[in-house]
Design a protein around this ligand. Structure first.
Ligand code: B12
Length: 393
């Protein structure tokens, strides 16, 4: 990035962080810019993993120059406009981009559960241990390729795609069904292009394993004799009631009953990322936005579809809610947790999942920053326990 700044005589540098890990890299980048005497360059930061306070307090304390948070691209443009004015008029405001926001103080009422000392449990007393266990049809992992794009697109979250990714909004008092019907024409067109150019290459690696929990750990075995431990995951536990931890959703090691967990890693392949990069490089931003949005939401759709497939294999898919929107609200038995989300925030476990499932068979690797490559990839652990729903640890 710094080489590009020099090459293009940039007026400012923008960085975007999707994962929490990238926010730490941003901090290191700012420190490096200080060291190299490049802090005269204004920096704009944005992305799903950042907060305004992190940028306007923590990072302003680090960077010697100006640093701004951009909630969206428009806020970024407004900052650049103002920076342009400063250069043009010479009327500088030294506080602009440098003023450190006040630290937000979260006051807790004394005596609330948060303050209870020594409250940490080794297992949540609220999680039943007598739920039925569903034995999987096989142990170990399998690969699936060549799924139909049309079948996967039936699982698309149209609100996420049309509004969040593509930025469409209802027009002239349209209600939601009319809005979705109108934008569906664009979806059909985009899917048509993707199919014609073979841009979406859905691939899955998934598996079922005997498991046992020990405190916050989940031990994963090769076979039902539970002799060969393949790997283990350590999950965080809530520090207040109901003290949930993902490990609680499985029988403990000392329980005579054997329990099972499923894992999956799904990808839409590298081709869509490559095509997106080409479109971006040739300034075809609308085409880029449409294809990128489609690719990432198709990855989500494939995850939803394969999770259903796993429920079918385990034999309780008939408990699913009747609608697709219901599936997005976890109306099914059990739950699916992706690493990096609040019940299992540790992104380094992406590497363990990829190794357990041997994700190289579908061309997926894990970067130094524990990001999954290609971009349109996601992994998860699937629990059959009926109480396994989203929570924040
Ligand atoms: C869609 C999505 C996915 C998709 C695609 C991701 C992608 N590459 O785009 C898929 C299914 C592939 C995915 C996978 C994963 N995801 Co995800 N995903 C999301 C989701 C729901 C939306 C992200 C998105 O595309 N938004 C739409 C775009 C347009 O918005 P945006 O990126 O925020 O950008 C806007 C602004 O932030 C701003 N902006 C952005 N950058 C910049 C820069 C500047 C300079 C400025 C001014 C403005 C600006 O402008 C943009 C337009 O308004 C978010 C949650 C959320 N609501 O944000 C989680 C989220 C990003 N994912 C998350 C996680 C954990 C993952 C996985 C690690 C899960 C897993 N274990 O599989 C994987 C990682 C994938 C990988 N390759 O490594 C976490 C990340 C937090 C963390 N712990 O690091 C999030 C925040 C969810 C959460 N609440 O925990 N994910």
């Amino acid at each position: 990035m710094l080489t590009a700044v020099e090459e293009h005589h940039a007026d400012a540098l923008g960085m975007s962080g999707l994962l929490v890990k990238s926010t730490l890299i941003m901090r290191e980048n700012l420190e490096l810019m200080n060291e190299r005497g490049m802090s005269n360059l204004p920096v704009l930061l944005g992305g799903a993993a950042l907060t305004r306070t992190y940028v306007e307090r923590d990072l302003r304390e680090v960077y010697e120059g100006r640093v701004f948070y951009g909630k969206d691209a428009f806020e970024g443009l407004r900052v650049l406009d103002r920076l342009g004015e400063i250069v043009k008029t010479g009327e500088d405001d030294p506080n602009f981009g440098r003023q450190i926001s006040e630290r937000k103080v979260h006051r807790r009422m004394p005596g609330t559960v948060n303050d209870a000392p020594g409250e940490l449990q080794t297992r949540s007393p609220d999680v039943d241990q007598d739920n039925p266990i569903f034995a999987p049809p096989f142990f170990g992992s399998r690969v699936a390729k060549g799924m139909s794009i049309d079948e996967i697109s039936d699982y698309l979250n149209l609100t996420a795609l049309f509004r969040n990714q593509w930025g469409f909004r209802p027009e002239n008092g349209e209600d939601d069904p009319a809005f979705k019907e109108r934008v569906s024409a664009t979806l059909r067109e985009q899917l048509g292009i993707a199919k014609e150019e073979d841009l979406l290459v859905p691939q899955v690696v998934w598996g079922h394993y005997p498991v046992a929990s020990v405190g916050n750990d989940l031990l994963i075995y090769r076979d039902d004799d539970r002799k060969g431990e393949l790997t283990r995951f350590t999950f965080p536990r809530q520090r207040q009631a109901p003290f949930y931890c993902i490990a609680d959703f499985f029988r403990s090691f000392d329980n005579p009953e054997h329990d099972y967990a499923s894992f999956m890693l799904v990808t839409m392949g590298a081709k869509v990322s490559e095509r997106c990069a080409q479109l971006f490089a040739s300034d075809r931003y609308t085409d880029y936005l449409m294809l990128h949005g489609l690719g990432v939401e198709m990855a989500e759709a494939l995850a939803e579809m394969w999770h259903k497939r796993i429920r079918e294999e385990l034999g309780f898919a008939e408990q699913d809610g009747p609608t697709l929107t219901g599936l997005f609200r976890q109306q099914y038995r059990g739950g699916r947790y992706s690493w990096g989300y609040p019940a299992c925030p540790d992104l380094t476990d992406n590497a363990k999942v990829a190794a357990l499932l041997d994700a190289s068979r579908i061309g997926v690797s894990v970067s130094e920053g524990f990001q999954l490559h290609p971009e349109q990839t996601t992994d998860a652990i699937i629990c059959h326990h009926p109480m396994a729903k989203y929570f924040v640890a």
